[in-house]
Design a protein around this ligand. Sequence first.
Ligand code: AQP
Length: 334
Amino acid sequence: MVKKNLVFSGVQPTGNLHLGNYLGALKNFVSLQKEMECIYCVVDLHAITTFQNPMELKNNVLETVASFLATGLDPNKSIIFNQSSVSGHAELAWILNCVSRIGWLNRMTQFKDKAGSDKEKASVGLYVYPNLMAADILLYKATHVPVGADQKQHLELSRDIAQKFNKDFNCKDFFPLPEPLIPKNISRVMSLRDGTKKMSKSEESDYSRINLKDSPDEITKKIKKAKSDSEEIPDNLKSLENKPESLNLINIFAEISKNSLENVLNEMSGKEYSFLKTKLTDLIISEIGPVGQEINKLLKDKSHLEKVLKKGKEKANIKAEENIKNIREKVGLI
Ligand code: AQP
């Protein structure tokens, strides 16, 4: 039987979405919507693996939906909903907690990064987060998962879990092995303050990221302050090896201007970074300025956003319930 392609991906409602989420994930979500059946989820159960203020969480869920719509996701083409509204995610996550191995989770670098130095104090949820992510994907038997490079390891774990489930319950090919779809050119947008760390919502300094809702003034200030180099722009990539902040700015410029890194270096070599920064500021403002304006407009009508979620939940639930019934049968649950 030929398996039907199905895309699943999620975004955590943990605050302002940024340029990293946009270039690493959202832009890909929108182009895939034209080719395949897509399910896009606001993963609120993932968000609570670290403490979230309940009022802020509710607002962040709606703001994430607004960001989905503002970047071009169409609720008539894609299923858009929030994870906790479809109980199959939590139910399958428990079953997969019993399939996944402790040794596998111990290798997950995101847990090590997020738990910090005092791992004893991290929530159990944060530790089993990758099993919930596997459940999100496998609940719909998704075949393709658009994500940034930071999620590659979790995707590999989802494949291992799917494979072990198929073997343990003697049901070859029951779960398809999901393929990651990682942007080729810019799979990881780095912090504007520290080019060795990824741009992130939870990074304390707002100057480390460009938020989708930032005004042209804020974008201008942030790019101006972004760390770069006092030397002029080189003509080759090798010279940027130990200059991650400069490389990051050039990478972002290349991605948004749809140019190769080599072409950008050819055009800019010998110039000061302030020249690149001025051009980059204009590009970012023209690319995400309209997105930010649309998010603000959509946030004025919260009932519309709630309706989008409700409609999406109904559609997602139909698929999830059918699959959960089969999964329960395989496991032997009555
Ligand atoms: N810096 C990044 N570069 C490229 N892609 C990125 N993504 C996140 N940061 C970058 C991709 O965006 C999607 C949604 O991510 P998420 O919000 O669910 O979780 P995250 O990866 O943990 O993102 P943050 O911003 O770092 O959130 P916090 O700070 O709350 O943990 C994913 O596909 C991710 O790969």
